[in-house]
Design a protein around this ligand. Structure first.
Ligand code: GRF
Length: 201
């Protein structure tokens, strides 16, 4: 039976589109079963619907506590028998309890070479810092932000002629190739985690 993936996105969803394409082209051999979003304005929602992917909109404001918000999310994950949670621009941190419940089943993509430039403005931060090299990281999620064991990383050179916008374009291009690659490694069961080290078998 195919593994079942849920993508979580709060924003425009270009990584979601890349994943949809990769599933279509069998570069990812799994079912994209669910999009979870916390933002009714997210472009990702329309993209999922257009591709026939089920959408669960779970807004934080509709719940009294973070625990109840996450309970609803877990309900959706269980109902859909999800094997892998793929964060693609999901702008919320999960509680340690949720991370523990789905240990090594949650992955994230970050637009910098971790541990440099953590946080939600990584591309601009690397640019403003004057970094000559930045890049993309795909990693398992643990209880800390942008911290878990690294699955794949790829460098992106910053040219003197780059602007934050051109750098962002270059980084997204790498993301859209690297994320499907990492997802397929997970789906094939080829990732082995020991401490912080992820080996590819
Ligand atoms: C990506 O740059 C990703 O690295 C970061 O959020 C952004 C999401 O972009 N975590 P999109 O919504 O997939 O276009």
């Amino acid at each position: 039976m195919n593994k079942r993936i849920a993508v979580f996105a709060s924003g425009r969803g270009s990584n979601l589109s890349a994943i949809i394409e990769a599933v279509k082209n069998k570069k990812i051999r799994a079912d994209l079963s669910l999009l979870v979003s916390d933002n009714p304005q997210a472009g990702a929602i329309e993209k999922a619907k257009a591709a026939g992917v089920r959408v669960a909109l779970v807004e934080r404001k509709d719940f009294g506590s973070k625990e109840d918000f996450e309970k609803k999310i877990i309900e959706h994950l269980e109902e859909n028998k999800i094997d892998l949670i793929v964060l693609a621009g999901f702008m919320r941190m999960f509680s340690p309890a949720l991370v523990e419940r789905f240990k090594f089943m949650i992955i994230n993509i970050h637009p910098a070479l971790l541990p440099s430039f953590k946080g939600s403005h990584a591309i601009k931060d690397a640019f403003d810092y004057g970094a000559k090299v930045t890049g993309v990281t795909v990693h398992f999620v643990d209880e800390l932000m942008d911290h878990g064991p690294i699955i794949l990383q790829e460098a992106v050179a910053v040219a003197e002629t780059d602007t934050p916008e051109t750098l962002e374009e270059k980084i997204h291009k790498v993301e859209h190739r690297l994320y499907p690659e990492a997802i397929e490694l997970f789906v094939e069961g080829r990732l082995k985690v020991e401490g912080r080290k992820v080996s590819i078998r």
